[in-house]
Ligand binder design. Structure first.
Ligand code: MSP
Length: 625
């Protein structure tokens, strides 16, 4: 990511019929993480979010409260704005579709499309879902009900205005084919292309005021208001200045639209055809993420399984929540939210790995180097290895985020942090300070610099707590390069960053563990790093019938291990096999030969079989869980 770009990222604009839940928070945090990341690499960023304030749902919510829809919107808007503030969302614009600037752009586009002949008047009978604010065709229903809301639809018969969506069907197919990154991930693109194999219906874009008057009036018929989706999608061009500020619009458009999979159709079919008709260039990307499920079902008020982000923020803090949401969801797939997995993730990654490294390093420096990051003039081979790894991780993280593989980018950073914890254990600076203070200084400088780089890489995800680390290290600037940390800066005092969350073990589980004594916790299991390794060379160890000496590749690292498998395998048989090793086992010496790791095999009686990966697609160094 070396060239500097303009980066325009959007979230869906949220309906104000209900208060925000974890699903809304997720999309907004994701956009914020991407926006912050792009800012750190020097891109100019425009991050847009906002509220969808028209339509039947909002009108009904206002009716229920017995107030005017605008007042209802004004009461609801601060709930979103306050939550975004609490979640440290740094947006650049917050659009509300009831704003004048938006209403006039919607009316101008309607006029343009109408004058072009792409809007016509007709009678229509259709099945309407208020939840989705859209008509469905019979073939889209599941058991005669709305596929999103699992409830019956209303049959509506009325005269309405229609947008000639069908006119642009082939143009849209061609566009999707020619621009493979337009709809992401790939399976969502295929879903849309599959849908477009059927003839596309035209889109009803008006609602008669007799039924609904909470909307933007059609510029060519005072008895109608605009269909809420035709109105809402236009927010994406209102905000950057379409028709009002050419320079700004040119600078920012096209956008990257982040959406949930529930609104793929409206974004990947309605929106692009509207854009074709209005003669504007298409968005850059429409990226649909999966749903956060609670008890394996979509969160909804009616199911009573909605998770309120505010409860979690108050109890565990903003950054751990942001971290969990970003780390647990594979972009494009559904993920399950549970308190159990939240606590597990927090304790293992944040309390154990990241928090532990930070407190170890800062305590040792405070105690032995008078609160000053020690001077380090020369690095040994070990430290050069750490430096190389840091440089590799920086590159890797940039690549992964560019490909929207955020959870993998985070795991990459955590692997690096774990490797630094391991380096600390191997080097034991707490012992070194007594005998070789210079070496202890070198180790603590290396660990501090690794910590600085990790905190910077995690900054878009956890801006606050990363800043505390950077502040403590006296780090100024955001340079993602090895060797920036100044040796003389003073460390300040800090409170524990990620105090461990104590889990009450339920009675039943307690009983289980007393019955089965060899049970280990997940945290204990996670300590073993099982990895794939490619055998590059193998030979018998002289003077024994039992041992083979193997040269192996584990990712970008070469190692040697000694294994007691010579009675079962000839050395040549093992070459090019992808085996599995315990990669973080303390190195040992077997018959005077160093062995770094242990291979895994199944053994019963006289039979032994190595665990071998049977796919060519798995690279060496891949972690096994
Ligand atoms: N107003 C429309 C969007 C118009 S955009 C031009 C709308 N609003 S919504 O309030 O229903 O929010 C929908 C978005 O919230 C989803 O697309 C998704 O981004 C997010 N989520 C809502 N529930 C969700 C989950 N359970 N999980 C993940 N995200 C979900 O549709």
């Amino acid at each position: 990511m070396s060239t500097k770009n303009n980066y325009f990222i959007t979230t869906p604009i949220y309906y104000v019929n209900d208060k925000p839940h974890i699903g809304h928070a997720y999309t907004t945090i994701l956009a914020d993480v991407l926006a912050r990341f792009h800012r750190t690499v020097g891109d100019e960023v425009f991050f847009l979010t906002g509220l969808d304030e028209h339509g039947l749902k909002v009108q009904q919510a206002a009716d229920k409260k017995g107030i005017r829809p605008q007042l209802h919107c004004d009461e609801m808007a601060p709930r979103f704005i306050n939550l975004w503030e609490k979640l440290h969302i740094q947006y650049d614009d917050f659009i509300r579709t009831t704003e004048k600037r938006h209403e006039s752009v919607v009316q101008s586009i309607l006029k343009k499309v109408y004058e072009k002949g792409d809007i016509y008047f007709d009678e229509y009978t259709g099945l309407y879902c208020i939840g989705c604010e859209r008509f469905y065709t019979e073939k889209e229903l599941v058991d005669g009900k709305c596929p999103q809301h699992d409830r019956p639809l209303e049959t509506i018969k009325e005269k309405n205005y229609f947008f000639k969506m069908s006119k642009y069907q082939q143009q849209l197919i061609n566009y999707i084919d020619d621009n493979p990154d337009f709809i992401q991930p790939k399976h969502r693109k295929n879903e849309i292309l599959g849908f477009l194999r059927q003839p596309l219906d035209d889109l009803c874009i008006s609602r008669t005021k007799c039924r609904l008057n909470w909307g933007i009036e059609l510029p060519f018929d005072k008895d109608y208001v605009t269909y809420v989706w035709f109105d809402a999608l236009i927010n994406y061009i209102t905000a950057p200045g379409y028709l009002t500020d050419d320079k700004s619009f040119k600078k920012w458009w096209p956008a990257v639209h982040l959406i949930g999979k529930d609104i793929l159709m409206t974004h990947a079919v309605y929106w692009p055809t509207m854009i074709f008709s209005a003669n504007i260039s298409q968005a850059q990307t429409i990226f649909a993420h999966g749903w956060w499920l609670s008890d394996d079902s979509k969160m909804s008020k009616s199911l009573g399984n909605v998770i309120n982000p505010l409860d979690l923020i108050d109890k565990y803090g903003v950054d751990p929540l942001r971290y969990y949401l970003m780390r647990e969801m594979v972009l494009g797939q559904d993920a399950s939210f549970s308190m159990e997995s939240f606590i597990k993730r927090y304790n293992s990654d944040l309390a154990n790995d990241f928090g532990n490294l930070f407190s170890r390093v800062s305590t040792l420096i405070a105690k032995n180097f008078e609160n000053t990051i020690p001077q380090c003039d020369e690095l040994t081979e070990e430290e050069i290895k750490v430096q190389k790894r840091a440089e590799f991780v920086i590159e890797q993280v940039h690549e992964l985020i560019k490909k929207m593989r955020i959870n993998e980018a985070i795991e990459e950073i955590l692997q690096f942090i774990r490797s630094i914890n391991k380096y600390m254990e191997q080097q034991a600076p707490w012992k070194l300070v007594k005998s070789d203070k210079l070496s202890a200084a070198r180790v603590l400088y290396t660990a501090s610099e690794s910590l600085r780089i990790s905190a910077l890489l995690l900054h878009p995800v956890m801006p606050n707590r990363s800043e505390i680390i950077l502040d403590t290290l006296g780090s100024i600037g955001t340079e993602l390069k090895w060797g920036i940390l100044k040796s003389k800066k003073i460390l300040k005092k800090h409170a524990p960053l990620f105090p461990r969350i104590k889990v009450e073990t339920p009675m039943v589980e307690k009983i289980k563990t007393t019955v089965q004594e060899n049970v280990i916790t997940y945290d204990e299991f996670e300590k073993s790093e099982l990895k794939t390794a490619l055998v590059l060379g193998a030979e018998k160890v002289e003077g024994t019938n039992r041992l083979l000496k193997l040269q192996i590749e584990v990712g970008d690292e070469k190692r040697q291990i000694v294994a007691g498998v010579a009675e079962y395998y000839n050395p040549e048989e093992l070459i090019s096999k992808m085996i599995v090793i315990v990669a973080n086992l303390e190195p040992s010496t077997v018959r005077g030969i160093e062995s770094s790791g242990m291979l895994l095999a199944a053994k019963k009686g006289k039979e032994l079989s190595l665990i071998i990966i049977d796919s060519d697609n798995v690279e060496s160094g891949t972690r096994i869980f």
